[in-house]
Write a protein that binds this ligand. Structure first.
Ligand SMILES: Nc1ncnc2c1ncn2[C@@H]1O[C@H](COP(=O)(O)OP(=O)(O)OP(=O)(O)O)[C@@H](O)[C@H]1O
Ligand SMILES: [Mg+2]
Length: 220
């Protein structure tokens, strides 16, 4: 699925001041490519990602997901069927096992148990985690393994657009390379639209397109 930014701005309105975190950005993200967004702390990257995930609406402009404005998408359907978010701290459900975490989105979609387990197994294999991990809890996994579970969960969701905010921020070099190569292959082999926010230039170099943000807008 494509995701299109049309002159998008976002301001945080506080009691005493307004911060214009995103200031008039336009861009067309296409399926089958991996994009990196880089920029200094406070440049608006996370704010832009939240808007693309439909967590909030732009204060100006619009974001089209698969041609339809996030203002018109039903928020839960947008998250269920189109956009999935991967965070630096993995955000797995701590009391669910690995297998249960991966099939959680299928449970939400009321996919029958047997079919859900089958999909979850395939996705676990896709991120190269062995079967013995199925019954383990996230807390007993390394950071890289937890991030792979988070990616498998996004895959089980059948998401077309993957937004990853500093997905390798807590990982060492080897795990970073592994996660980035999985995300790259999701774009190149499965046609997902992958957008990664990163501070790591090594990660950005792996992307097809690197976008730089400064003061809420694109810069050279
Ligand atoms: N909830 C909020 N309320 C008010 N201002 C906010 C809020 N969240 C972010 N901001 C401000 O908006 C601007 C952009 O923040 P954002 O989190 O998008 O930056 P970022 O590029 O993701 O930074 P980092 O690299 O540190 O994660 C900053 O000036 C920040 O202080
Ligand atoms: Mg951020």
């Amino acid at each position: 699925m494509s995701i299109t930014l049309k002159n998008v701005s976002y301001s945080y309105r506080g009691k005493y001041q307004t911060v214009r975190a995103v200031a008039g950005v336009s861009y067309d993200f296409e399926p089958g490519r991996m994009y990196a967004i880089v920029g200094k702390s406070g440049s608006g990257k996370t704010t832009l990602m939240s808007l693309m995930a439909g967590l909030d609406l732009p204060t100006e402009g619009e974001i089209l997901v698969d041609g339809k404005s996030t203002a018109k998408w039903d928020r839960s359907l947008l998250r269920r069927d189109a956009v999935s978010v991967i965070y630096q701290n993995y955000n797995l459900f701590p009391l669910l096992t690995v297998a249960e975490n991966i099939r959680y989105p299928l449970t939400l979609k009321r996919v029958p148990g047997k079919q859900a387990r089958e999909v979850a197994r395939k996705m676990r294999e896709r991120v190269e985690l062995p079967q013995t991990y199925d019954n383990r809890l996230p807390a007993h996994l390394s950071g890289g393994e937890q991030q792979r579970v988070a990616i498998a969960r996004s895959l089980a969701q059948g998401c077309k657009i993957i937004l990853a905010d500093e997905p390798t921020g807590n990982l060492d070099t080897a795990n970073t390379a592994n996660i980035v190569s999985i995300l790259r292959s999701l774009a190149h082999e499965e046609g997902c639209t992958v957008i990664i926010v990163t501070h790591d230039m090594g990660v950005a170099e792996q992307a097809d397109v690197v976008l730089r943000m400064k003061d809420g807008t694109w810069t050279e």
